[in-house]
Design a protein around this ligand. Structure first.
Ligand code: SF4
Ligand code: SF4
Length: 448
């Protein structure tokens, strides 16, 4: 009898739309003439610039850092001259103080980090290297990795999971990385397991990537402590809570984190970045970005210097089919719509999805027909229509008691709704208002 493939309860079966790029090798983009490197690219404190306008910088040179523990330094991704340190637009929807570097056409490396080619350093050194290399979660959230690897007193971590699901439609960068850099991902996982003193590691991959499952099994086979787990292709299988439930059958409590159930989850790109830092002393200065969708001429998976503009990547991919259309940073389910191509790739930019105007046109929402399909798909057992209604009518007390803050913003409810109600839009708005009200209450208490 065939073993049942692991997964989580509920969730949605969605269009995958990965065919345009899944079989395309990762290619290097031509070096940009200019990069714009935001000094805040992650959750946590922004960095302060360590250089001045006019300075000459080299690849891998630390150009921004913060004393705050929840922060990650940023590094120059090209060599050249700093032409400005000023607020610039980012995909976060606001301007962020950024370092602008004009390329000098050279490939000069700073070599500030020490690599350990032959033997892994001890756990503390691994975490310190990861911090110095500016490594963050590269699946999109961009949470500083050294913080994840430093659980508070009393929290025991006994499992590390590499997230190879890439369950968002269109995106294939993680898939290609697992095919082309499988051994580096395993090395990064082993380093993280050593840093945490963990004996068991997993790599979870959806079944629609059988070649990646085989490749990762081959790469991990000498190590008995690492297991590759094929998972059902279902959205949002790659969300941390869903992945943990499917692989180790533990449930992250409401308002909790993976470390509350003894698990650390890292993305494939993060594991590769850890290897680059530890083996070669290279900080996080580049990442893989899938550039795809109906409105791009030659979709592909690109290796990109952090700070390269979206516009440069579009040109590398042959340009747009039509000038208007929709630009999404990330995947279409959880990504953010952008209004310009003149924004830089950041550490958390997994993809750029470009859709034609016709394809992107939003359907007119109709009245709710009370079918409960949004409830059936919600992976964290919420009542999306109830949340959306409370948010729309500004009933924020009710919204909180319906556990809106547990919403992982996966978008399954909006996707499945036959009436095309913009459920996630209202839920996000409600969450943002609650967060703003809490911040205001904190400020008024602290100023008393
Ligand atoms: S309510 Fe939140 S978690 Fe539930 S389906 Fe909608 S977006 Fe996903
Ligand atoms: S899926 Fe749409 S139509 Fe059905 S109950 Fe939810 S909001 Fe209403």
């Amino acid at each position: 009898m065939k073993a049942k493939v692991k997964t989580f309860p509920q969730g949605a079966h969605i269009y995958e739309l990965k065919g345009d790029t899944a079989a395309k090798n990762i290619v290097d983009t031509s070096p940009p003439e200019e990069v714009v490197i935001p000094l805040q690219q992650h959750i946590g404190a922004p960095c302060k610039p360590l250089i001045e306008k006019g300075d000459h910088v080299k690849i891998g040179q630390k150009i921004g850092a913060s004393d705050s523990f929840v922060s990650a330094p940023v590094h120059a991704s090209i060599s050249g001259q700093v032409t400005a340190i000023e607020p610039r637009k980012t995909s976060l929807g606001r301007k962020v103080l950024s370092v602008v570097i004009k390329a000098n056409g050279q490939q000069e490396f700073a070599g500030e980090l020490r690599g350990f080619r032959d033997e892994l350093p001890d756990g503390e050194q691994i975490i310190s290297l990861i911090r110095e290399a500016g490594i963050v979660g590269m699946g999109g959230a961009a949470f500083p990795t050294h913080v994840k690897l430093s659980p508070p007193e009393g929290k025991e971590i006994d499992r590390v999971i590499v997230n190879g699901c890439e369950c968002e439609p269109y995106l294939t960068g993680d898939h290609r990385l697992m095919l082309e850099n499988s051994e580096d991902i395993i090395f990064g996982l082993i380093a993280i397991m050593k840093a945490l003193g963990v004996k068991k590691g997993f790599i979870g991959i959806e079944e629609n990537k059988m070649d990646a499952i085989i490749s990762m099994k081959d790469a991990s086979s000498p190590n008995q402590n690492i297991e590759v787990i094929p998972l059902k292709t279902k959205y949002p299988q790659g969300a941390e809570k869903m992945l943990i439930k499917a692989i180790v059958n533990r449930e992250v409590p409401s308002g909790g984190l993976p470390l509350d159930v003894g698990v650390v989850v890292i993305n494939t790109g993060t594991a590769k970045a850890v290897t680059d830092a530890i083996s070669n002393g290279i900080p996080l200065v580049e990442r893989i970005v899938t550039v795809t969708g109906s409105n791009i001429k030659n979709p592909g998976n690109l290796r990109v210097r952090i700070g390269t503009s979206f516009r440069h990547l579009i040109a590398e991919c042959g340009g747009l089919n039509e000038e208007s259309g929709k630009i999404i940073m990330g995947g279409p389910m959880m990504g953010k719509t952008q209004h310009t191509l003149d924004i830089p790739v950041m550490k958390g930019t997994s993809g750029i999805v470009l859709l034609t105007g016709d394809e992107a046109a939003a359907a007119e929402p109709g009245p709710c027909i009370r079918c409960a399909r949004c409830v059936d798909v919600c992976p964290v057992n919420l009542v999306p229509i109830g949340l959306a209604n409370c948010s729309e009518h500004e009933k924020f007390g009710d919204l909180e008691s319906l556990h809106v803050l547990d919403c992982i913003e996966c978008g399954s409810c909006s996707y499945i709704c036959p009436a095309k109600r913009p459920l996630l839009h209202w839920i996000r708005l409600g969450k943002a208002k609650i967060a703003a009200m809490r911040a205001a209450a904190r400020n008024s208490t602290s100023s008393k």
